[in-house]
Design a protein around this ligand. Sequence first.
Ligand code: S3P
Length: 184
Amino acid sequence: MSTDHYFDIAMEKIKSNIVLIGFMGTGKTSVGIKLAEMLNMTFVDTDDLIEKDSGMIISDIFKDMGEEHFRDLESKITEKISELENQVIATGGGIVKRENNVQNLKKKGLLFCLDARPEVILQRTSGYSHRPLLQVEDPIDRIKELLKERDQFYAKADHRIDTSDLTINQIAENIIKFYRGTVG
Ligand code: S3P
């Protein structure tokens, strides 16, 4: 086996952060809070940090400044939190659109992508108005379109889990199993 291969394994062993990526409504925040509690780690959520730093709610940032400005704020926060250790990091669904964010998050983190069927996502997100990208007439079509567009980015995760028929506890246990097997 090549030295590069052993180096990669050694690097995996020192990665301490758990990073949750995936589409809106796949449970990143709920699972993240649960994981942090179970593993005695610190929970952070990029959307929360953006709102705290900017003093604005996400839907207002999108409305008043546009999506690109939101993505810039998201990248800045990502750069900062990627330096921390022992964190469970829940991210916004679109964070993976910028390759730089993925690279930053991978420096000290294992990336877990939470997936779900479009109908489940619709059900989990309807009734909430804080996700500007889904405030359209036909949210199921928008969900399907965005899932198709983003799958190439979500595929960069170290491990993926279909959460459609799982409870928060089951998802957390699945992640812990993979995390322990990799990080040791
Ligand atoms: C977004 C997902 C949202 C939030 C913003 C944009 C996206 O976060 O960052 O509305 O582009 O998918 P959640 O995935 O936590 O809902």
